[in-house]
Design a binder for this molecule. Structure first.
Ligand code: CP
Ligand code: NVA
Length: 303
């Protein structure tokens, strides 16, 4: 069976923990200057239909440091951009490379690519989810606050793709997730139902103050995601959900602040918080690199 990395909900908790443990080991090896050529000669095709800094660069550096090569493919430059089918693109790329990463809007396109590829496909973000990001967040949280099981994470803001991967993670890693968002911008009910069916503790609230109370981490994301059709309306609805010092003061004094980046200071978070002592956002960004390596190793059955 091909090991695709499309959503956390497709992967068992033991494998996810293995990926995190390996990421921590790879981080230590890199810090010690030890080479890790575990994917020597392997090739990763990376298709981007949206902008990216972290996902693009961390995956490219990851495969290079593992001894392989990355091919950056802009969606517009590929024949995919002028009508070649997703299925044919999947079949052709599978003849050249060992794994394919896709960042696109429509989650169905990612699934179609995976259904037709004969190599692993990795979700580099869709409008539905961003699973690579959440593993980096958990690695970062655990470095600062210890095991995430039983802890309380507060998500404040849009119930978007990153929030939906958090919901899946809550069930798989056993943490409590409190989401504060305007009712119109809540996560998909089926995602919440999936987590609750598996015993996940996920609460959807209106009040950011209630969500953050004594939480071990406070997380937010941009008010307007790539491809969102009505940014002005979203920004107006989300204005009461800004993470600022007054809100952070309600969390545990040891709480960390997480944000997948890119951030908009003065909108979803104040500069005081994101540039303050509780913020671990640059560790979080760095950890994308270590986690991407580990995801590649898992997809290619090295771990
Ligand atoms: N967090 C994240 O995925 O960043 P990029 O959009 O820069 O890849
Ligand atoms: N929710 C954001 C995340 C960017 C990494 C977006 O989809 O634009």
């Amino acid at each position: 069976m091909i090991r695709h990395f499309l959503d956390l909900s497709d992967i068992d908790a033991v494998s996810l923990r293995l990926i995190l443990d390996k990421a921590a080991a790879l981080k230590a090896a890199r810090a010690a200057g030890k080479p890790t050529p575990l994917l020597a000669g392997q090739k990763l095709a990376m298709i981007f239909e949206k902008n990216s800094t972290r996902t693009r660069v961390s995956f490219e550096v990851a495969i290079v440091e593992l001894g392989g090569h990355a091919l950056y493919l802009s969606g517009n430059d590929l024949q995919l951009g002028r009508g070649e089918t997703v299925a044919d693109t999947a079949r052709v790329l599978s003849r050249y490379v060992d794994a394919i990463l896709l960042r696109c809007h429509d989650h169905a396109k990612l699934k179609e690519l995976a259904e037709n590829a004969t190599v692993p496909v990795i979700n580099g973000l869709t409008e539905f989810s961003h699973p690579c990001q959440i593993l980096a967040d958990i690695l970062t949280f655990e470095e600062h606050r210890g095991g995430i099981k039983g802890k309380t994470i507060a998500w404040v803001g849009d119930g978007n793709n990153v929030a939906q991967s958090y919901i899946q993670a809550a069930a798989l890693f056993g943490f409590t997730l409190r989401i504060a968002c305007p009712q119109r911008l809540g996560p998909l009910p089926e995602v919440v139902a999936w987590a609750k069916d598996r015993g996940g503790h996920v609460d959807i609230l209106d009040s950011p103050q209630a969500a953050v109370e004594n939480a071990d981490a406070v997380v937010t994301d941009t008010w307007v995601s790539m491809g969102d059709p009505d940014g002005q309306v979203q920004a107006r609805l989300l204005a009461p959900y800004q993470v600022n010092a007054a809100l952070m003061a309600l969390a545990s004094p040891k709480a960390v602040f997480l944000h997948c980046l890119p951030a908009h200071r003065g909108e979803e978070v104040t500069a005081e918080v994101i540039d303050g002592a509780q913020s671990v956002v640059f560790d979080e960004a760095e950890n994308r690199l270590h986690v991407q390596k580990s995801i590649l190793l898992w997809c290619l059955s090295i771990i």
